[in-house]
Design a protein around this ligand. Structure first.
Ligand code: T4K
Length: 371
């Protein structure tokens, strides 16, 4: 049996030869960044592929989150999930906004709409849910609450490239959605990200904010940041788009095989697919229940000794990190479902180049360690 390291993900890349002509184009044009031709072409191509109206590219998802909050002039308190990558809440703190953590739904591990209203105060201005693992939030319930209390909704859609809910892109819900094109994501440009918004005026404001606040050569209207995507990353994104269909298809096969082959292992539970959704299979989380015989952490450690690097996304919870844990909403008693999930979830390797024998290795190890 092969003993090569198996990571939770491996970046999906096109054959280098396919990328070289675009690279030469960038070299020849000497346009390296600041909204050059590749950047513009990539924005248009993404709008078309994703089925969205407007998209503004960024150098990474975190700067896109920071800027989305700025563009919507969010202040005060924002309701968000503790069960996410730390960048979600960090984007609030960087904007001087107080995160208010609300517990997650036990089935899809996304912000639980039934618990949002109790957390709303006169300072609340927005909700920032995450489509965790690319599984869509209950967007209809969240929209209802946002409408009733006049709140903005910014979806952290870092995991949700290509995901659809009820026949349309999940990125079309809320006021804005933020994508990440980091190397570890379903669709990558090495580093990268984007804001999806609804109209040209909003996109213009975002474009100004990601370029220091410049509106022309001499006029600065806001304390913007440098969040621009370079021509290199945009050129790579255009080539990656040619391959995304095949990558998602392959991920779907791996997801189905895991579900079939893990089904009879007591205490290993797969997160169910969301009804009415087209998934991107960006992660493969399983819950390690007491019936399995050893704990999630014991399984995680044992797999590492076999060179299989599954990951505990998302442990620790964001609310447990030092800069958040003093918040009243970070109390463990307020977040029982999230705490439970953070103790039990293990994300197994999933990426298009994972072979059947690699996958069998993962399954055999899990089977051999259980009761
Ligand atoms: N919101 C959410 C919900 C997010 O999940 C994220 C990012 C963001 C916002 C922020 O978006 P960005 O600003 O990142 O665009 C990774 C990623 O760095 C991070 O992008 C991602 N979420 C998070 C869930 O995971 P780590 O610390 O787990 O990455 P790392 O370096 O341990 O990589 C995991 C495995 O992937 C490695 O063991 C090997 C493999 N790998 C990784 C890299 C970077 C490769 O094979 N090649 C590579 O180049 O954070």
């Amino acid at each position: 049996m092969s003993d090569k390291p198996l990571y939770v993900t491996e970046p999906h890349l096109p054959p280098l030869e396919e990328f070289l002509p675009s690279l030469r184009e960038v070299w020849d044009s000497k346009f390296l960044t600041n909204g050059g031709p590749m950047h513009q072409k990539f924005e248009r191509a993404l709008c078309e592929y994703l089925g969205v109206e407007q998209i503004a590219l960024f150098s990474n998802g975190t700067l896109a989150l920071l800027t989305a909050l700025q563009a919507l002039r969010i202040t005060g308190e924002v309701i968000t999930t503790p069960y996410s990558f730390v960048a979600t809440a960090h984007s609030l703190l960087w904007n001087g906004i107080k995160p208010v953590f609300v517990d997650v739904d036990p089935v899809n591990l996304n912000l639980d709409p039934a618990k949002i209203e109790a957390a709303i105060t006169p300072q609340t201005t927005a909700i920032m849910p995450v489509h965790c693992y690319g599984h869509p939030c209950d967007v209809a319930a969240i929209e209802k609450i946002a409408d009733r209390y006049n709140l903005k909704v910014i979806y952290d859609a870092a995991h949700s490239f290509g995901v659809e809910s009820d026949g349309q892109s999940v990125l079309n819900f809320g006021d804005m959605s933020v994508l990440s094109f980091h190397a570890t994501k379903v669709f990558n440009t090495f580093e990268g990200g984007a804001i999806v918004c609804k109209d040209a005026k909003t996109k213009l404001r975002i474009d100004q904010l990601k370029n220091f606040g410049f509106v022309d050569e001499t006029t600065v209207v806001a304390p913007g940041i440098n969040g621009k995507m370079s021509e290199f990353n945009a050129a790579l994104g255009l080539v990656q788009l040619q391959h995304i269909g095949e990558a998602l298809r392959r991920r779907g096969e791996i997801d189905a095989r895991y579900r079939a082959l893990l089904a009879d292992i007591p205490g290993i539970e797969c997160l169910p697919p969301s009804p009415g959704s087209k998934h991107n299979y960006s992660y493969f989380p399983v819950l390690v229940k007491p019936e399995y015989g050893i704990t999630r952490d014991e399984l995680y450690a044992a797999m590492r000794t076999k060179n299989i690097y599954a990951r505990r996304y998302f442990y620790p919870l964001i609310s447990s990190f030092p800069m958040y844990r003093a918040l009243p909403s970070a109390a463990a008693a307020n977040l029982p479902v999230a705490h439970h999930a953070a103790e039990q979830v293990l994300c197994l390797p999933i990426f298009p180049s994972l072979t059947e024998s690699d996958q069998q290795r993962v399954i055999d190890v899990i089977r051999s360690l259980g009761r």
